[in-house]
Design a protein around this ligand. Structure first.
Ligand code: ADP
Ligand code: ZN
Ligand code: MG
Length: 519
């Protein structure tokens, strides 16, 4: 009873979902990894790299009487992103004060850009199951990050004995201003996305670009890169924009995708039950797997934006734009297409190998070291064994001990028949663990393949002579025993036999035996 009831709701959920179209736009915040902060000389450092409140001066602490000075490198990084996203960069943009009061914002306002952002009207192409889709980018603007609040139990506060606060309250909030004033780039898309899958594809593509450009680490867990989807649903076929909600606290792609999928279903449920979606900010509760209302429209801030009086308008000359454009690296999509065309890789392999610039560079360096032209084999080793061992050991490509040269050398050893594929796997594991060159490992451990015809013939003969029962079974008509003989022979050659020669010799000997019994 219970189960069939659940089945029915499930079917109707799907039918319902078909009657609605999700409409999603993303606001993305990316910290720009410059050496110093946006308006002062304080260092930009990861929260794990510096103790709290050690990277703060009177400017980023918001003391009265100080003046901000714009970080030119931050503007250059922002320009890289704007151009990579095919945006138009107007000659002048203007910084604005966004006023609100919160303990992580020492000045009582955030310097941002509002009416005249750094860049507008771009696009980003994403790959979806339905093919390539172009997502319009509405704007890219510069701002500064806020500090960070930590909510801790009073008992864990480093207060001297007898401080006596424990009796009054059990939780305290601490602020770390190291992040206050870190350059932040906001990238806002048009509401062009139509599913959780597309949102994820957009986020992955954008993250890859930011990393290629060297402006952001892409670390979502630490909040260095933050995706905030705005979501609404409308009747399929309609073009109206319905009330949206905005999701926060998404610190992984998985959370992003799950939260969007949940929110779409939730909103469909609200409309279907005759209710109305209210505009609000909702947080994602990873443990429960639900979005939870945080801040409604009635609490929406009136930011009272006005032009920042302490900073002149930001003038971007055409020469500056062209200089930045000329220095842009090859971007992931272009590299992906080139890898397919130039190296004959599948779309799938090309995508895997271009996700990170350093991985793509490793691939090309290895291919350049090949004497035989076989880029596909390098791709197979990388997407197979190398990625598997990197995952298992939590290593990035930069940390890997295998060099592109020695991967190429390994491929050559297999191509020349010096070692077989099985041995190559073991050699690669050794290369990964020690960083030693493959030829050295093969020589040291005596792993060279046995291709010696006489040695193989002897091994096959011994296996057949030593297993009369299996031979009888084989001759009785069970052909699959041949594979077992093969395995035994390979084993007696310590896995180093040339498989092709073993097969040939084995087939010949078995044929001889068969002829003998027929006599
Ligand atoms: P705000 O600045 O108040 O957050 P914006 O109008 O700038 O609002 O939009 C923020 C994001 O929300 C953009 O990415 C935009 O594409 C998206 N968005 C706007 N309206 C909708 C809607 N009705 N449904 C889904 N997304 C929307
Ligand atoms: Zn400072
Ligand atoms: Mg918003």
């Amino acid at each position: 009873m219970h189960d069939s009831g659940r089945d029915q709701t499930h079917i109707s959920d799907e039918v319902l979902a078909m009657n609605y179209e999700p409409v999603i736009g993303l606001e993305t915040h990316a910290e720009l990894l410059t050496n110093s902060k946006m308006f002062c000389g304080c260092a930009v450092m990861d929260s794990t790299a510096a103790p709290p409140n050690t990277l703060v001066c009177e400017i980023c602490a918001g003391l009265p009487g100080t003046l901000p000075v714009l970080n030119e490198r931050a503007v250059e990084y922002a320009l890289r992103v704007a151009l990579a996203l095919n945006c138009t960069v107007p000659p002048v943009s203007v910084f604005a004060r966004k006023n609100y009061f919160y303990p992580d914002l020492p000045k009582g306002y955030q310097i941002s850009q509002y009416e005249l952002p750094l860049a507008v009207n771009g696009w980003l192409e994403i790959e979806t199951t339905a093919g390539l889709r172009r997502v319009r980018i509405r704007r890219v603007h510069l701002e500064e990050d806020t500090g960070k609040l930590f909510h801790v139990a009073t008992s864990s506060l480093p207060l001297g004995e007898g401080a006596g606060v424990g009796a009054i309250s059990t939780e305290h909030s601490l602020v770390d201003l190291n992040r206050a004033g870190v350059p932040l780039l906001e990238i806002v898309s048009e509401p062009d996305l139509r599913s959780a899958e597309e949102v994820k594809a957009y986020a992955i593509a954008l993250r890859a670009i930011l990393r290629y450009l060297g402006v952001n680490s892409g670390d979502m867990e630490k909040g260095i890169l933050r995706f905030e989807p705005n979501i609404s649903v409308r009747p399929a076929g309609s073009t109206e924009l319905r009330t949206r909600t905005e999701l926060k606290n998404l610190n992984s792609f998985r959370a992003l995708e799950r939260a969007v999928a949940y929110e779409i279903e939730r909103q469909i449920g609200v409309w279907e039950s005759g209710g109305e979606v209210v505009q609000e900010t909702r947080g994602w509760d990873e443990a429960v797997g639900e979005t939870v209302g945080q801040r409604g429209k009635e609490h929406a801030h009136d930011y009272r934006y006005f032009p920042e009086p302490d900073l002149p308008p930001l003038v971007i000359t055409p020469e500056w734009i062209e200089r930045v454009r000329a220095a842009l690296p090859e971007l992931p999509a272009a590299k992906r297409a080139r890898f397919q065309a130039q190296y004959g890789l599948s779309a799938y392999d090309a995508a895997l190998l271009t996700e990170e610039r350093a991985v793509a560079d490793f691939f090309e360096a290895a291919v350049a070291n090949l004497k035989s032209h076989n880029p596909k084999s390098i791709a197979n080793w990388m997407t197979g064994e190398l990625f598997r061992l990197m995952n298992a050991n939590g290593q990035s490509i930069e940390q890997v001990k295998v060099s592109p040269e020695s991967l190429a050398a390994l491929v050559e050893l297999v191509a020349s028949g010096t070692i077989n594929a099985n041995t190559a796997k073991a050699v690669f594991a050794e290369m990964f663990a020690t960083g030693h060159a493959p030829d050295a490992i093969v020589a040291e451990q005596g792993l060279a393949q046995v291709s010696d015809q006489t040695a193989i013939e002897r091994a096959v003969a011994e296996v057949l002579a030593g297993n009369p029962e299996q031979v009888a079974t084989y001759l009785g008509g069970k052909a699959t025993v041949e594979q077992w003989f093969f395995g035994q022979t390979m084993k007696s050659l310590k896995g180093q036999g040339d498989p092709q020669i073993i097969r040939r010799v084995l087939a010949k000997k078995l044929e001889e035996l068969r002829l003998k019994t027929d006599d």
